[in-house]
Design a protein around this ligand. Structure first.
Ligand SMILES: [Zn+2]
Length: 121
């Protein structure tokens, strides 16, 4: 568990944790004030003492063929308010770059309408 930076939406720190989802090891980058638990009906819900919803799963962009959002990318996102992510078409097809920004509810979202001028290495 390590602290990556400040939450964009509250005073909390964003913490990196290793978790297992459906047998896969991924990372969860979560504001310390954003906590979830299973309720009586097995729904995964925010706890009563959660005051923030900011959570980013490292596999958030899996559907765009980005396997994982790394801790370094997450740190940069918190510091700069945006990052450039490398995404791929289906079956390893053409790669392309987009800006990603924090999102209070979804954790992270892609700015589809903005072109990325410079590629980063
Ligand atoms: Zn927060």
């Amino acid at each position: 568990m390590s602290i990556l930076g400040k939450c964009p939406y509250c005073d909390g720190s964003v913490i990196s944790k290793k978790i297992t989802v459906k047998g896969k090891n991924i990372k969860l980058y979560s504001c310390e004030n954003s906590k979830k638990e299973y309720d009586e009906s097995e729904q995964y819900v925010f706890t009563a003492d959660s005051t923030c919803r900011f959570r980013v799963y490292s596999n958030s962009f899996l559907r765009y063929n980005k396997r994982s959002i790394g801790e370094f990318e997450m740190k940069k996102l918190l510091e700069d308010g945006q990052i450039v992510v490398r995404l791929h078409g289906k079956k390893g097809g053409n790669e392309y770059f987009k800006y990603a920004i924090p999102h209070e509810e979804y954790g992270i979202s892609i700015l589809w309408d903005e072109e990325v001028e410079e590629k980063i290495s």
